[in-house]
Design a binder for this molecule. Structure first.
Ligand code: HEC
Length: 343
């Protein structure tokens, strides 16, 4: 199912289940509070409160997050993430798509959980878990998956956030996660202070003074084991594919400030972000729904570029699958257990 179908269909499916529950007896809905309790216990154990610049605590969190019930609930399908935007309907919220396991590792790990949470059941059957959590604002710049400080408002929103909400569907899957500053600030560490981030020079990717490519948390060498035999070829093929994406102008829109053009953003600006979107990307080229221009009209790709994009993209996807399969076979816990498409 495409992400758009999922977005539209998900609501209808949930509505059908809650209507069904009134007419007939039992619906196969999961036990929201029990599932939430398991997820929250796991998140709090893996990502407990620490000082906001504690890199070891961050690494412990991001390398083990996803191995518990939170991993089952998010899976390797698509999840939407962004600010809560409480006054807006789902269709109007600015949110971003991610592959579930990569999202937990790159984004949820930026938070420290106190273990406090509340839950509520929505009319459509969704169970919303509101967890008390605070942002690790003192990490080195390359530990954020992109420079959140490209917008002062965004950095401020991350710093002030004190609540992470998980939207648990009746099928037990988390399909949306939001951050919000409308929660409880009372457990925020006394030492928490505003961090003035580096100036944003317009670069989503950069090389630091030691020659390290940044943001390092978005690199294949960060996700996969050093002994993964597919790593060198994967890296090479990604580079070729990324150049093709640039030649096709995809990166002028599919970058973190792309919300001005789309409410549900697809990011293609780093290796792991592109990895998470490879299926949708290939489909969009195959079906010629992309690229478009700023007015939203379809733009025809030059046949040679289209052909190269598909060839490098399919090879990139094959290597990703091989690399993931190797991690699973070696039980490293670095990628989601199953790639089952979401229902
Ligand atoms: C001028 C801006 C622009 C350019 C250039 C552009 N896109 Fe898009 N892209 C969009 C917009 C807007 C959407 C959202 C469409 C919607 O949801 O209605 C989108 C959606 C997508 C999606 C998500 C579709 C889905 O169903 O998951 C993918 C994947 C995508 N684009 C890939 C690409 C690729 C690959 C290129 C380059 C070949 C590209 N785009 C070039 C603006 C752009």
């Amino acid at each position: 199912m495409t992400k758009k179908a999922w977005l539209l269909g998900g609501v209808a499916v949930l509505a059908a289940i809650s209507i069904g529950a009134k007419k007939f007896t039992a619906s196969p809905a999961v036990d929201g509070p029990a599932t939430a309790a398991k997820i929250m216990a796991s998140l709090t154990e893996r990502c407990p409160m620490a000082t906001p610049g504690d890199v070891a605590a961050f690494d412990a969190c991001r390398t083990t997050i996803g191995q518990g019930p939170e991993g089952e609930a998010v899976g390797s399908g698509s999840v939407l993430w962004g600010g809560e935007q409480p006054s807006l309907a789902l269709k109007d919220k600015n949110l971003t798509w991610f592959r579930g396991d990569l999202f937990l590792r790159m984004y949820v790990s930026l938070y420290m959980f106190t273990g406090e949470w509340t839950g509520e059941t929505r009319e459509d059957g969704t169970y919303v878990v509101r967890a008390q959590a605070y942002f690790r604002n003192e990490l080195p710049p390359g530990h954020f998956p992109y420079p959140f400080w490209h917008s002062a408002t965004k950095w401020d929103a991350y710093e002030k956030s004190n609540q992470i909400s998980l939207y648990l569907s009746a099928d037990g899957r988390v399909k949306m996660v939001t951050r919000h500053s409308g929660g409880d600030d009372s457990a925020r560490p006394a030492a928490y202070r505003h961090v003035e981030p580096p100036a944003f020079a317009g670069q989503w990717n950069w090389t630091d003074t030691s020659g390290q490519a940044q943001p390092q948390v978005t690199l294949f060498s960060d996700l996969y084991s050093a002994g993964n035999p597919h790593l060198p070829e994967l890296d090479q093929r990604y580079r070729a594919f990324a150049l093709n994406l640039r030649d096709a102008d995809c990166e002028s829109c599919h970058v973190p400030d792309g919300h001005k053009l789309m409410r549900k953003l697809t990011l293609l600006n780093t290796p792991l972000h592109t990895a998470g979107e490879v299926e949708a990307t290939l489909r969009s080229i195959r079906e010629a729904t992309m690229p478009v221009n700023k007015q939203g009209d379809k733009v025809r790709l030059e046949p040679a570029l289209r052909e190269t994009l598909l060839r490098n993209g399919e090879e990139f996807r094959r290597l990703l699958n091989d690399a993931d399969a190797w991690e699973r076979a070696s039980s490293t816990g670095r990628v989601a257990r199953a790639t089952a498409p979401r229902g």
